[in-house]
Design a protein around this ligand. Structure first.
Ligand SMILES: Cc1cc2nc3c(=O)[nH]c(=O)nc-3n(C[C@H](O)[C@H](O)[C@H](O)COP(=O)(O)O)c2cc1C
Length: 432
């Protein structure tokens, strides 16, 4: 069994309560940091550890912290992005519900390292229990003197505010998250300037994913070399993979980066359900291109998944069995992006709408041959041309599925129904 880092204590009874968290080594990293390290030392340790962000883009965490200006006339802030909304991704929710103090300790350590005196934890609105757990952990940490003034007698002061979103996918995008925190509608901001320079309330801001921050205590406690000993050359450490779809044992599995996809699906997930054949895999949440079964031996790390033609993204791995209608699955995902497009820019607002219309027409047997090139044309007019990456994300399942499953699209056009799954069965019943 590989070593667990962020989920090590996830199943310990009552680990969400401060005394139990402490019995299992909780807040030792904070005590060590405040006694032994200057803030810049921690930035250096995290740089050396090779930790990369777990929110989607995989940017080096310590390097990102290093972008903060040395001096600034405005206060600096930390935002913990716990808005987890990527379809197929449900790891931050588990961390918050089951071990909220780990996240809170990560937030305090990161705030100390980046010389921040006010941190915000932005929790997705729908995650009721997670929001309550984090808020309670923050209260307990205040009462114990881990947050507040003169933390553990170190002279360091920190306020932590838990903010509940109202449930919009776009609010997970870092600049929209900050707009939302400031009380406005969650619209993305133009970049540059990047948040490290002009972020929340115009101050330099660090924004990191919840799992990223929950990894910091273990790195501070055990050191950069220890962390860097897990994973691959360029993708260090472990990460939580959210396995869902047509597998026998869906769930969250923490594995070292570089573990083959096959190990996750077959050993952890018990293989494709009902003895069915694997049809396709979405390796990093719905914003990432499909992979075919021949990519099952690809190591799950940023570089290998990119070389295989997709992205590791948020770590949400969705398994599709042989009875999945690809057009139907892509339609469902595209409906999500249409509904969640914030509407700020035309290519995304209009593009996601037209993509859905065309896919619906194809799925229901009224598609025309020209619809397939038209779908690709719309994707082409969105990719890299939208205000933020939500528009790009919407195109991934469409363009990759047309590349890999064009036959299925043409079958819908020719036969007027799905090739496999309930749509095919219904058509066969009607024909009888
Ligand atoms: C449409 C959209 C939604 C996003 N949703 C999330 C999210 O729910 N959680 C998250 O951590 N990052 C999300 N991101 C990525 C964030 O913008 C940002 O890159 C991330 O929080 C940085 O943290 P990291 O460096 O620790 O990965 C989203 C990005 C986009 C474009």
């Amino acid at each position: 069994m590989p070593e667990l880092i962020v989920t090590r204590d996830i199943d310990v009874e009552n680990i969400d309560i401060l005394p139990v968290y402490r019995q299992h080594g909780g807040y030792q990293a904070l005590e060590k940091a405040l006694k032994t390290y200057q803030p810049d030392d921690i930035v250096e340790i995290v740089k050396q550890s090779g930790l990369r962000g777990r929110g989607g883009a995989g940017f080096a965490t310590g390097v990102k912290w290093g972008f903060l200006p040395k001096e600034s006339p405005r206060p600096r802030y930390l935002c913990c992005n716990a808005d987890e909304s990527e379809p197929g991704t449900f790891k931050d929710r588990m961390l918050m519900e089951k071990n909220p103090h780990l996240l809170v300790e990560g937030v305090i350590l990161t705030a100390y390292a980046t010389k921040v005196h006010h941190a915000f934890i932005y929790v997705r609105g729908e995650l009721g229990l997670a929001g309550r757990q984090v808020a309670r952990a923050v209260r307990e940490a205040y009462e114990a003197g881990y947050i507040g003034t003169d933390i553990l007698g170190s002279g360091y002061d920190l306020e932590v505010t838990v903010h509940r979103g109202a449930g919009a996918y776009i609010c997970g995008e870092e600049s929209a998250l900050m707009e939302s925190l400031e009380g406005r509608r969650g619209y993305p901001r133009l970049k540059p300037p990047f948040p490290a320079v002009v972020g929340l309330y115009g101050g330099p801001t660090v924004i990191n994913n919840a799992e990223t921050l929950a990894t910091i205590p273990a790195i501070v406690l055990n050191g950069a070399d220890w962390y860097a000993s897990f994973g691959t050359e360029k993708s260090k450490g472990t990460r939580i993979y959210c396995l869902s779809g047509h597998v026998n044992k869906p769930g969250n599995y923490e594995l070292p980066l570089g573990t083959p996809l096959r190990v996750l699906i077959e050993e952890c997930g018990g293989g494709v359900w009902k003895g069915k054949k694997l049809k396709a895999i979405i390796p990093g949440g719905s914003s990432t291109p499909f992979l075919m079964p021949d990519k099952l031996d690809t190591p799950l790390d940023f570089e290998s998944i990119a070389a295989a033609g997709s992205m590791l993204g948020s770590g949400g791995i969705v398994v599709l069995d042989e009875d999945t209608c690809i057009v139907g699955a892509v339609l469902r995902m595209t409906e999500f992006y249409r509904d969640e497009s914030c509407g700020k820019c035309t290519p995304c607002r209009e593009g996601t709408y037209w993509l859905t219309e065309l896919l619906e027409r194809l799925e229901h047997g009224q598609g025309l041959e020209r619809d397939v090139p038209l779908l690709l044309d719309i994707c082409d007019n969105m990719l890299g041309k939208c205000f933020c990456p939500l528009g790009d994300a919407a195109t991934m399942s469409i363009s990759s599925s047309i590349k890999l499953f064009k036959d299925e699209y043409l079958y819908h056009i020719r036969e007027g129904h799905c090739m496999v799954g309930p749509g095919a069965l219904a058509a066969a019943a009607i024909a009888r």
